[in-house]
Design a protein around this ligand. Structure first.
Ligand code: NAD
Length: 263
């Protein structure tokens, strides 16, 4: 997919990676960019910064009615959605001790919201014979997020769901991409680093911390090639290969890294 004249929706568009994706899609010539986020004021600020091609839409992606309304409103305004980016995501910052409310929120934002948007957007895309779903998962979805059990479990689920969509709908014209960055300089990681959170320190020690614009650049390249797995950090492919070939050896390496960082 190239972005010229495309109608695009980006959830979590008010911050970090979502804002960078929104700006970049507009710069690539999208006809409309819907900056959708729980934080309506921040979404409006991003849309205003982009210009008339963009508008903000307040949405809680964990509420299926609101996701349906986001899709219906966009289709009504522009006649279609070419690219839907399910990008909003949350961390919990903890392990098994995180209470069910925390696990439930991670599940709802990181996984169920992807189901809601696919459910809402697929009928129109299938009727038109094409469309692209870009799901922001994470390197945590193909590796592990040290220090965050629910993030790891739900991001693995999000990669699994994206893969299921890709296999099920590719022959009907639907392209699916799973964007799986490692460390990105957004509040999600920066706040963790500022707090000295182990997970954030492991991420920072495992490779470059990219800017959101670099992630958007990788997303554009991956969309152009209609690639399923988009890895802004190429080293993640090597880590994932090592993990698949030798799970015990890979886990030993991770434990060694954690020991080094906590010594
Ligand atoms: N920052 C990283 O290092 C990193 C690495 C890999 C993957 N990711 C993933 O990238 C995506 C974007 O994260 P980011 O780093 O830009 O984080 P961020 O916290 O800067 O932005 C996340 C955005 O999602 C919005 N959001 C949260 N819950 C929502 C909800 N229920 N409904 C609508 N919007 C909601 C927030 O308001 C915020 O604007 C997430 O899925 C995250 O898991 C981030």
């Amino acid at each position: 997919m190239n972005l010229t004249d495309r109608i695009v929706v980006v959830t979590g568009g008010a911050g970090g990676i979502g804002a960078a994706l929104s700006r970049r899609f507009a710069a690539e010539g999208a006809a409309a960019v819907v900056v959708a986020d729980l934080d309506a004021d921040a979404a409006r600020a991003v849309a205003e910064g982009i210009g008339p091609v963009a508008h903000a839409h307040a949405v809680d992606v964990t509420d299926e009615e609101q996701v349906r309304a986001l899709v219906a409103d966009t289709e009504q305004r522009y006649g279609r959605i070419d690219l839907f980016c399910a990008n909003a995501g949350v961390t919990t910052g903890g392990g098994v001790e995180v209470d069910d409310t925390g696990w439930d929120q991670a599940w709802r934002v990181n996984v169920l919201a992807h189901v809601y948007s696919a459910r809402a957007v697929l009928p129109g895309m299938l009727a038109r014979g094409g469309g692209h779903l870009l799901h922001t998962c994470s390197a945590a979805g193909v590796l592990t997020a040290v220090g965050d059990a629910a993030y790891t479990a739900t991001k693995h689920a999000s990669v699994g769901f994206a893969e299921w969509l890709a296999i099920t709908y590719r022959d009907r014209g639907i392209r699916v991409s799973a964007l799986c960055p490692q460390g990105v300089d957004t509040p999600m990681l920066a706040d963790g680093l500022a707090d000295g959170h182990l997970g954030a320190r492991v991420v920072a020690a495992s490779g470059a911390v990219l800017t959101p614009d670099q992630v958007a650049e990788a997303a554009i390249a991956g969309l152009a090639e209609e690639r399923f797995l988009i890895l802004p950090h190429p080293e993640v492919a090597d880590y994932a290969r090592r993990r698949a070939e030798d799970p015990d050896g890979w886990q030993a390496g991770m434990r060694k890294l954690v020991r080094r960082l906590t010594a």
